[in-house]
Design a protein around this ligand. Structure first.
Ligand code: NAP
Ligand code: 8YV
Length: 320
């Protein structure tokens, strides 16, 4: 029996490529001389896509593949796949939830502490020989002691962040589209109102149209000159230009960012700010966790082609 044909638009980790190469007829689009002509030539054969998000899997691409049945996304966030279009056309989309939750929550706490206590800046101070020449690094204005933290997106990762923050003694509140009945933390239906009441805003909400620029000038102004923003969700959730202005004009104290609007580009204005902490989207980036994510992507494709049902389909997939 011939193996199902799977399209991989951009390179993925060896663990994924090796297993997909064994189980399927894998088409590595980046190796094709003319990728667009390759898609056209393979159009009728392709039944699955394995994507890491570098090339968006949009309606335009999917509509060219009449036998496409499943798109397997590497990552829990799947904003680069048009899952609504896929769902409407009976195509499964899968993501990689849960296996990365604790790792991303660990990174979030690391980024939070680095930002509040200006740890990157103080390390640069030491490495530049300034401790010896100029004396101790100045005391930081920020601390996690006695702080109120607002979480935008109290989902799997948001809850794992909240559990850690409880151990740190923080007061926790949250905003989302709806109040969660099984959650005891106070809920805010209005993000500006929550920002006004907290010291720190942590965003771990998904990307996409519904959350685009949710963290606006109004939200940043409500956080105020002593406020700190941490973003580990998606860059598109924050109005980056508004954030830069707020930091430059000292309407916001600082920010810790793992995600950006136009990755891997990071605005020079942010890079120039000593106090701001910038990470290159490393929330889940350990060999351990990326390995689990890759394996789940492979297992989703294998399970689907064996049984007709993947392991972790996203909510938009209407197929039962
Ligand atoms: P999840 O369990 O689906 O949680 C998402 C949360 O966001 C939910 O609590 C949801 O609450 C809230 N939300 C969704 N749409 C919203 C909207 N329009 N307005 C306000 N809140 C909204 O997902 P997860 O596993 O925690 O992952 C969350 C996100 O983290 C991913 O989508 C991804 O973008 C990001 N992420 C980043 C990294 C990294 O490396 N930096 C790694 C992994 C994930 P309601 O449904 O109640 O609104
Ligand atoms: C991945 C992520 O680094 O899972 C997500 O949503 O943002 C990260 O874990 C990314 O998706 C890999 O491209």
């Amino acid at each position: 029996m011939s193996k199902p044909h799977v399209l991989m638009p951009s390179p993925m980790m060896d663990l994924v490529v090796k297993q997909l190469d064994e189980a399927f007829t894998l088409h590595k689009l980046w190796e094709a001389e003319d990728p667009e002509a390759e898609i056209t030539a393979l159009a009728d054969k392709i039944e699955g896509i394995a994507t890491g998000g570098k090339r968006p899997v949009d309606g335009e691409l999917m509509s060219r593949l009449p036998n496409l049945k499943i798109v397997a996304n590497f990552g829990v966030g799947y904003d680069t796949v048009d899952a609504a279009w896929a769902g409407e056309h009976g195509i499964y989309v899968t993501n990689t939830p849960d296996v990365l939750t604790e790792e991303v929550a660990d990174t979030t706490l690391g980024l939070l502490l680095m930002t509040l206590r200006q740890l990157s800046e103080s390390e640069r101070y030491l490495r530049a020989g300034r401790w010896e020449k100029e004396g101790p690094f100045p005391l930081t204005r920020q601390t996690l002691r006695d702080r109120k933290v607002g979480i935008l997106g109290l989902g799997r990762i948001g809850k794992a962040v909240a559990t850690r923050l409880e151990a740190f003694g923080s007061t926790i509140v949250y905003h989302g589209r709806r109040k969660q009945e099984d959650v005891a933390y106070p809920f805010y239906g209005d993000l500006v109102e929550m920002a006004r009441d907290v010291d720190i805003l942590i965003s771990i909400a998904p990307g996409g149209d519904a959350t685009h620029h949710l963290i606006s000038t109004d939200v940043l102004n409500a956080l105020g000159p002593d406020g700190v923003l941490i973003n580990v969700g998606r860059g598109s959730v924050v109005d980056e230009a508004a954030l830069i202005s707020a930091l430059q004009e000292e309407r916001l104290f600082s920010a810790g960012l793992d995600v950006f609007e136009n990755e891997p580009h990071v605005p020079a204005e942010l890079i120039a700010m000593e106090r701001v902490v910038l990470l290159p989207h490393v929330g889940s980036a350990s060999v351990h966790t990326r390995g689990l994510m890759g394996q789940l992507l492979v297992d989703n494709l294998k399970r689907f082609f064996e049984t007709g049902k993947p392991i972790t389909p996203v909510a938009e997939t209407p197929l039962k």
